[in-house]
Design a protein around this ligand. Structure first.
Ligand code: NAD
Length: 262
């Protein structure tokens, strides 16, 4: 018996087998959750359908979070299959490519800032708002953040302020939904090579650097994140809400590791 047995969880943000959301879905499936999936657009439909079927899911619905009506449609369609459910994983982020390369102040634009915040941040609370009445007591919502929320990281640029806003969003949502016994948390993930991260200039170099100085001396995997996500969305984490849990091998607790002080 898995610790998510009896829980129905909607996963938004699978784009490929290496997506963080797919690692989360796999871990939740292992713990016996029943899963539903969203896909961003028709180009991704077949791939997500295949991955979802592999995890015994038959609920695969479109949702581009750019528009409120798409989010409303998603939950209208989901309600035909599940009248209530127990969790939402939001693993969605986007900023235009030109925002992720170069000096932050020179690069950032009003439009880039707006797009990054709307898609990567507002969409989380927009989804929560739209499905609030469908969530059972003891439900859990989860999103994925990054250290760029707390520290200035080269080329991460406008995604840093967006992730900082996402983490504040988590605290406000947790405070709002807590009285209904709904918990809201974030995982701040270490860097992983995925479609989204490959848009950040110099990402491979960043990954190698992190591997060399992270306390556990390796990169984080989507399994690492998946297992933590499964725990946070389960009743085992019943006392945890409004938190940002670092699943980064300890990278965020270090400083000046590159200096040879011996
Ligand atoms: P990914 O490319 O596999 O996933 C990003 C997802 O966002 C895709 O499924 C894409 O379809 C979805 N998306 C983008 N715009 C959308 C829109 N308008 N509507 C609906 N969906 C949309 O990459 P990933 O690395 O798995 O990213 C998942 C999350 O993890 C993101 O929030 C990302 O910022 C975060 N994160 C990633 C890393 C990393 O190093 N990969 C580290 C920390 C945090």
């Amino acid at each position: 018996m898995g610790f998510l047995a009896g829980k129905r969880i909607l996963i938004a943000g699978v784009a490929s087998k290496v997506s963080i959301a797919y690692g989360i879905a796999q871990a939740m499936y292992k713990q016996r959750a029943e899963l539903a999936f969203t896909y961003q657009n028709n180009k991704l439909k077949d791939r997500i359908t295949e991955l979802a079927i592999g995890l015994d899911s038959k609920i695969i619905l479109p949702c581009n979070v750019e528009k409120d009506e798409n989010i409303t449609d998603l939950f209208n369609q989901l309600s035909q299959k599940w009248t209530t459910f127990d969790g939402l994983v939001h693993s969605i982020a986007f900023a235009p490519n030109d925002q992720l390369n170069g000096d932050y102040v020179n690069t950032v634009s009003r439009q880039g800032f707006q797009i990054a915040h709307e898609i990567s941040v507002y969409s989380f609370v927009a989804m929560a708002k739209a499905c609030r009445l469908m969530l059972n007591p003891n439900s859990a919502l989860l999103t994925i953040s990054y250290l760029g929320a707390e520290r200035a990281i080269v080329n991460y640029n406008v995604m840093g302020p967006a992730k900082a806003s996402l983490e504040a969003n988590v605290r406000y949502m947790a405070n709002s939904m807590g009285p209904e016994s709904i918990r809201v948390n974030a995982i701040s993930a270490g860097p992983i090579r995925t479609l989204a991260s490959s848009g950040i200039k110099g990402f491979r170099k960043m990954l190698n650097y992190c591997e060399s100085i992270t306390p556990i001396r390796r990169s984080i995997t989507i399994e690492d994140i998946g297992n933590s996500a499964a725990f946070l969305c389960s009743d085992l984490a019943s006392g945890i809400t409004g938190e940002v849990i670092h699943v980064d091998g300890g990278f965020s607790i270090t400083a000046m590791n590159e200096l040879e002080l011996k």
